[in-house]
Design a protein around this ligand. Structure first.
Ligand SMILES: [Zn+2]
Length: 682
């Protein structure tokens, strides 16, 4: 690292954003990767390097050095992109991906870590160090590097085929989605709001047509099923959408994913067996909090038993409403969204626009900080001597009760061009202690895309926006309040991914509580507090049809988990049979026989959620149950807050999430908390 002019290689506490140019990216990454490779070679060649301090610490240093250079690049790519930066980023990302694959397949490095694990000194290491070693070994094993020939070659071949076939699965869904369109007569637009009509007109223009065009894109399908008065149109689009990429429906057989589902499930099963697991479901749980199939299934069945009676009541209510108010006597799946929207409008006549004047951004930020101070004892102080990438960006020191700087974080909140959409939290610096004892405090990025202020109005948020702000800040607290000095198991790193949303969803709860809203939700002109009636409506609207929502999620989760758990080469994947069985247990709305939901379930057949879809609900239980710990003493109780900070936030990934949860709550997570948070009697 002799290039002292490259700001990405400069050794300074925070990145010099204003000096980073696209031309710096690849020279910095090349230099760091070259050092990384030669250091790894040196480490594995040195038989003395088999202790934590001589093997794992140097690896942590190499990783963090790389992260210090790469995180500002990834960040700028997200918030201030240019064609030149995008090219440099893409080129460097490829090198980093290759590097990480190469590292995961480094058998000599695996052997070195294993020697350390098997050595007498291992037991004397502290908990975070032992966890780091075990996590590292598990990563190696799951990548197949520990296998011997010919299993090793077979495993690699399976991974290649899976990567190809899951991509084909996703492409078939995209192609099937694009292949179907239908021009709409003016009369068929009845019921659709202006925004939906504009979307349908745009769809027509995209195909150089006049008028309005229905497509199978998600927002179009949702708009038609929710608003279109024309029942036959709803039925038609429902059928076209529900049979995409299958052997049924208007394009039956053209993009059929049936054989791919069989092959994907079979290959995953074979790979899991090679790694020594009983099934893909067992393999999936190797790095998740839920741990065993029994716990996942027990959790899902238990939730189903409690949610289904509620969902049945909600459906009866909807049927009665449809009969009496809409003249629909035989409520069908394509009527559900439509009738529900009409019922929702009748019950809760308010819109996000009614709320926005009470939620100015600056007040929401101040409220967020006030919550953090009361519950976790940290204060945030803005600094104006930090090099930033845009005038809208801000930097804050996070101060502990004694005034010491514990962490830092950047915020960049307004939408603008060159900035990726959505909201996210990312890490800039990881907490890390050098061998000489120097501590690098953690630093986070918090990025949102809120409406900027105008000449005469401040930035006003929707309630959803405020939820997002608190959610991302929750991830930020996890990163910033860690007390683990090893980046790989500190903060968010190393946390099982079915538990990683606990701290973020936990923070969302505050935004639904009167006491917390009173800290900031005031009309920006009059100073009037958010009216009680409006808050009650918001909460009722949130809980509307919660039972029906839950059983639908349970149907997806149980299907995904059982398909990956029960595969038997003699019987095949049995995807449709299993789906039938699951529906008999949990569903309240049974779709027609031709429905082919699995054929477009890209989450699990083209994405990373195989045997992991349950984690959405799992994480909600964790956050609801953790927040319920504040029920007795109040949501700002600093004693409970300190315990949460110590047992959940501070420990990061240095011990199993289940252990952390039990340490905080005194018991395992209770699904009843989720039902209660949805306003359902537990
Ligand atoms: Zn999140």
């Amino acid at each position: 690292m002799t290039d002292t002019t490259n700001p990405l290689l400069a050794d300074r506490p925070l990145p010099a954003f204003s000096r980073i140019e696209p031309g710096h990216v690849n020279p910095a990454v090349d230099a760091l990767l070259a050092t990384f490779r030669s250091e790894v070679e040196r480490l594995v060649a040195d038989p003395a390097a088999r202790t934590f301090d001589t093997l794992m610490q140097p690896l942590e240093t190499l990783e963090e050095t790389l992260n210090r250079a790469w995180s500002p690049v990834g960040h700028l790519h997200g918030v201030k992109d240019t064609p030149a930066l995008r090219d440099a980023y893409g080129e460097a990302l490829e090198k980093l991906t290759d590097h990480s694959t190469e590292l995961g397949q480094n058998r000599a490095l695996y052997d070195a870590v294993k020697t350390l694990r098997d050595g007498a000194d291992f037991a004397r290491l502290d908990r975070p160090r032992r966890t780091l070693v075990d996590d590292s070994l598990r990563g190696f094993r799951l990548s197949g590097v520990a296998l011997e020939s010919p299993a090793r070659e077979r495993f690699a071949a399976i991974q290649n085929e899976l990567s190809k076939i899951t991509t084909e699965f996703g492409n078939a869904v995209l192609d099937a989605t694009d292949a179907w369109t239908r021009p709409l007569a003016d009369a068929e637009l009845s019921g659709l709001p202006d925004s939906a009509r504009a979307m349908l007109a745009q769809a027509a223009r995209d195909k150089s047509l006049d008028g309005h065009l229905a497509t199978l894109k998600g927002p179009v399908v949702t708009a038609i099923l929710t608003y279109a008065d024309d029942r036959a149109l709803r039925a038609e689009i429902y059928r076209a959408s529900a049979t995409r990429a299958s052997d049924q429906g208007p394009n039956a057989g053209q993009f059929d994913n049936s054989a791919r589902i069989e092959r994907i499930v079979a290959l995953r099963h074979e790979a899991a067996l090679l790694l020594g697991f009983d099934s893909e479901a067992h393999l999936s749980l190797a790095d998740k909090m839920a741990g065993t199939p029994e716990r996942v299934l027990g959790f899902l069945h238990d939730l189903a038993a409690r949610a289904r009676p509620v969902a049945l009541r909600e459906l009866d209510e909807l049927r009665a409403f449809a009969r009496e108010s809409l003249g629909i006597d035989d409520l069908q799946p394509w009527d559900i969204g439509y009738a529900s929207e009409k019922l929702r409008q009748r019950r809760f006549d308010f819109s996000e626009e009614d709320l926005k004047p009470y939620l100015p951004l600056d007040a929401a930020i101040a409220g967020l900080f006030a919550v953090a101070e009361r519950v976790f004892g940290v204060r945030l102080r803005q600094r104006d001597d930090v090099d930033l990438w845009h005038p809208d960006a801000r930097y804050y020191d996070v101060l502990d009760a004694d005034g010491s700087v514990r962490a830092g974080f950047y915020v960049d909140l307004y939408a603008r061009s060159g900035k990726k959409g959505g909201a996210w939290m990312d890490t800039c610096r990881n907490r890390r202690r050098d061998n000489d004892g120097t501590l690098q405090p953690p630093v986070a990025f918090l990025v949102c895309n809120f409406a900027p202020p105008s000449a005469d109005t401040p930035s006003l948020l929707t309630h959803d926006d405020v939820v997002t702000l608190f959610h991302e800040f929750g991830h930020g607290l996890h990163h910033m309040l860690t007390e683990i000095d090893l980046p790989s198991v500190g903060g968010i790193s190393g946390v099982e991914w079915d538990a990683v949303e606990l701290p973020s969803q936990f923070m969302e709860n505050f935004v639904w509580k009167r006491e917390a809203l009173d800290l900031f939700a005031r009309h920006w002109k009059t100073g009037e507090a958010l009216p009680d009636a409006l808050l009650r409506k918001m909460i009722a609207a949130r809980d509307f049809q919660a039972g029906m929502f839950l059983v639908r999620q349970l149907e997806f989760a149980l299907f995904d988990f059982r398909v990956h758990l029960e595969f038997d080469p003699a019987r095949g994947a049995r995807a449709l049979d299993i789906l039938d069985e699951v529906r008999r247990e949990v569903a309240v709305i049974v779709p027609p026989e031709w429905h082919r939901f699995p054929h477009a379930f890209t989450h699990i057949f083209a994405g990373g959620y195989a045997a992991g879809y349950y984690s959405y609900l799992w994480a909600e239980v964790l956050s609801a149950d953790a927040f319920a710990a504040f029920d007795d003493a109040g949501i700002f109780d600093s004693v409970t807050g300190a315990r949460y900070r110590e047992e959940i936030l501070a420990v990061g990934g240095s011990r199993p999430a289940l252990e952390s949860f039990v340490a905080f709550r005194g018991r395992e997570p209770d699904p009843a908390a989720l039902l209660k948070s949805y306003g359902l009697a537990a």
